[in-house]
Design a protein around this ligand. Sequence first.
Ligand SMILES: CC(C)(COP(=O)(O)OP(=O)(O)OC[C@H]1O[C@@H](n2cnc3c(N)ncnc32)[C@H](O)[C@@H]1OP(=O)(O)O)[C@@H](O)C(=O)NCCC(=O)NCCS
Length: 134
Amino acid sequence: MNAPDTVPALPAGKNPALRVVPMPADANVHGDVFGGWIMAQVDIAGSIPAVERAQGRVATVAVNSFLFKHPVFVGDLVSFYADIVKTGRTSITVAVEVYAQRMRHSNEIVKVTEATLTYVATDESRLPRVLPSA
Ligand SMILES: CC(C)(COP(=O)(O)OP(=O)(O)OC[C@H]1O[C@@H](n2cnc3c(N)ncnc32)[C@H](O)[C@@H]1OP(=O)(O)O)[C@@H](O)C(=O)NCCC(=O)NCCS
């Protein structure tokens, strides 16, 4: 099941935007981590490079794609890597890749989720704001 998504190590030369360990309160009725918890963390992780690029507040305008490839378990060390893949006049699109380190099961590392989200730089009135020059 895990073959192509089990990796020998986390991505080299990159820092995760976010690393977090889900708790029992983050589980669904079956005891695995609730997809909504992962979606919330992905949104937070993606917003970090977006806020840096926008030099200020952003709002999530779209979740373009979201693929849960493998489950996340309570107690996994979950790392979220977020990279800007496109910028427009006011928008920033970020790809987020999520890896789970199975701390309670042989320490294997599995790529569990891939997502792409678009953020819009906003002003004090919550209206779109032109991105500052890079
Ligand atoms: C984000 C928000 C300020 C954008 O305002 P808007 O008037 O819809 O903005 P625009 O139509 O001018 O689009 C702004 C940018 O978003 C992009 N965009 C809009 N809808 C999009 C979509 N479905 N997918 C990808 N990009 C989209 C536009 O292409 C544009 O990008 P560009 O300036 O780089 O070309 C507004 O939609 C909003 O407040 N949404 C709620 C945000 C929120 O609360 N998010 C948290 C989830 S509850």
